[in-house]
Design a protein around this ligand. Structure first.
Ligand SMILES: Cc1ncc(COP(=O)(O)O)c(C=O)c1O
Length: 397
C-alpha cells in the first residue's frame, strides 16, 4: 500500500496510484543495507525438504522443462485433490476442479480479475495482505474493510452483516490470517458462510498458512461449510508449508465453473507455471502426517521463543494462533506509531520489522502495531531480541 517516500511514476495508470512499492521489498532492501536481522518478510531461513528438492532436480534432468498443461501437471492436480480429501474430507475432481498457479499471489490476482467488475464491492479482512489491495484496484473493484482489532483480532460478525450492500460481489477471506495470526473460529466461519449464502456472494479464501496453526488448533476451510463448496474458490500454495517460498507453486480448488473462471484470467497472465517444480510439490503434498505435525510444532517453538523475548522487552504481544507472524503494540517502548518505529529500527539497533499501518485503510487502527516474522532459526530470533534490548526504555531519538 502507499508509501509516501516513493514517488508515483509519471506514466502509471491511475488505478495503480497510491499503491507505492511493496513494503516487503522496501524493508528487505533496508535490512541488506543496514545488515539488520530481517524479521520483516515472511520467508524461512532454512531450505525445504532435501528429498523434495531432489525430485525437482530429477524432473529437470529428465526433460520436464517445457510448458506444463495450463491447468497444471496431472500428478500435482491429483496430489492437491488427495490433500483436500485427506485433511478436510473434501471430494475434489483433479481434472476439472484444480488449477495450478504461480504461487497463491497469482491465484488471488487471477480470481479477482476474473470475478470482479469495475465498481463491484469486495469485502476483505483488514489488515489486508498487501497484494489484495493492489489486485482489487487492478480489477477496478472497491474494497470494503472488515477490521480485526486488538487484543483478539476477531471478526466482528455484526459489522460483516452491516457491510453487505447491493454492490457487494465477493468476499476475500484469509485464515490463518496474515498479519494478525488469527485463525477464524467455527462460529466466525459459519457466520461468513451464512452471509455468503444469504446474499449469493462468491468467496475467495486464501489458506496459505493452513498447516501452520498452533496449540492443537485445526484450520478448517470455508469450502467445507454448508452451501459453500459451490461458491468458494480456495487458494493455497506450497511455499509456507514446505519452506519453498521461492518456488511459487500455488493452486485454486473449487467447483468447475469457478475454477474455469479463474483460469480465464490466469491463462493470459502466465498461462502455465514452473513445470519441473510441479512433480516435486506433488511428492511434498503426499508426505506423512509426521511431516505436517513437525512443521507446526517447530514453528510453534519459534513463536514461543520470539513472543517471550518481545514480551520481556516490555512490548505488548498478541500471541498468534497461526502463520509466521506475531503482532506487538510498540507504545510501551515510547513510540506512538509503528511506521516511524520500523523506519528507525534498522539504524538504531539493526532489526527489521513491518508496520501494520500499511495494511490498513483505517490507519488509526494499525498505527501502534508492528509485525515480526518468527520463521527463522533460534539463533536469529535470539540475536534480534538481544539487539532490541538496547532499545527498551529509551523511546524515539
Ligand atoms: C496471506 C498470504 N497470501 C499469499 C501469499 C503469497 O503466497 P505465494 O508466495 O504462494 O504467492 C502470502 C505470502 O506471504 C501471504 O501471507
Amino acid at each position: 500500500m502507499a508509501d509516501a517516500t516513493v514517488p508515483t511514476p509519471a506514466r502509471l495508470a491511475s488505478r495503480l496510484h497510491g499503491l507505492g512499492t511493496t513494503i516487503f521489498a522496501e524493508m528487505s532492501a533496508l535490512a541488506l543495507e543496514t545488515e539488520s536481522v530481517n524479521l520483516g518478510q515472511g520467508f524461512p531461513d532454512v531450505d525445504g525438504p532435501r528429498e523434495i528438492v531432489e525430485v525437482a532436480v530429477s524432473a529437470m534432468r529428465n526433460g520436464r522443462n517445457q510448458y506444463a498443461p495450463g491447468m497444471g501437471v496431472p500428478e500435482l492436480r491429483t496430489a492437491i485433490a488427495d490433500h483436500q480429501k485427506r485433511f478436510y474430507g473434501l471430494s475434489v475432481d483433479p481434472t476439472r476442479e484444480v488449477l495450478v498457479t504461480t504461487g497463491a499471489t497469482e491465484a488471488v490476482a487471477a480470481a479477482l480479475l476474473a470475478l470482479v467488475d469495475p465498481g463491484d464491492e469486495v469485502l476483505a479482512l483488514e489488515p489486508y495482505y498487501d497484494s489484495y489491495v493492489a489486485c482489487i484496484a487492478m480489477a477496478g473493484g472497491v474494497r470494503v474493510p472488515l477490521t480485526l482489532r486488538p487484543p483478539d483480532f476477531r471478526l466482528d460478525v455484526d459489522a460483516l452483516r452491516a457491510a453487505v450492500t447491493d454492490r457487494t460481489r465477493l468476499m476475500l477471506v484469509n485464515t490463518p490470517h496474515n498479519p494478525t495470526g488469527t485463525v477464524l473460529t467455527d462460529d466466525e466461519l459459519r457466520a461468513v458462510a451464512q452471509v455468503a449464502v444469504e446474499h449469493d456472494l462468491v468467496v475467495v479464501t486464501d489458506e496459505v498458512y493452513e498447516h501452520l496453526t498452533f496449540d492443537g488448533l485445526a484450520h478448517r476451510p470455508l469450502a467445507t461449510y454448508p452451501g459453500m463448496w459451490e461458491r468458494t474458490a480456495t487458494i493455497s500454495s506450497a511455499g509456507k508449508t514446505f519452506s519453498l517460498t521461492g518456488w511459487k507453486v500455488g493452486w485454486v480448488t473449487g467447483p468447475e465453473d469457478l475454477v474455469r473462471t479463474v483460469m480465464m484470467a490466469k491463462q493470459f497472465m502466465t498461462y502455465t507455471s514452473g513445470a519441473p517444480l510441479q512433480p516435486a510439490i506433488a511428492a511434498a503434498l503426499a508426505m506423512g502426517d509426521d511431516f505436517y505435525a513437525g512443521v507446526s510444532a517447530a514453528l510453534q517453538d519459534k513463536r514461543d521463543r520470539l513472543c517471550a523475548g518481545l514480551s520481556d522487552l516490555g512490548l505488548e504481544v498478541f500471541v498468534p494462533q497461526g502463520t509466521y507472524f506475531v503482532t506487538t503494540d510498540i507504545r510501551p517502548l515510547g513510540y506512538d506509531d509503528g511506521l516511524s518505529f520500523c523506519y528507525d529500527l534498522p539504524r538504531r539497533c539493526g532489526v527489521v520489522a513491518i508496520p501494520h499501518e500499511v495494511f490498513y485503510d483505517d490507519k488509526e487502527a494499525g498505527r501502534p502495531l508492528v509485525r515480526w516474522a518468527f520463521c527463522k532459526r533460534h539463533e536469529v530470533l535470539d540475536e534480534a531480541v538481544a539487539r532490541l534490548s538496547t532499545l527498551a526504555g529509551h523511546g524515539p531519538d
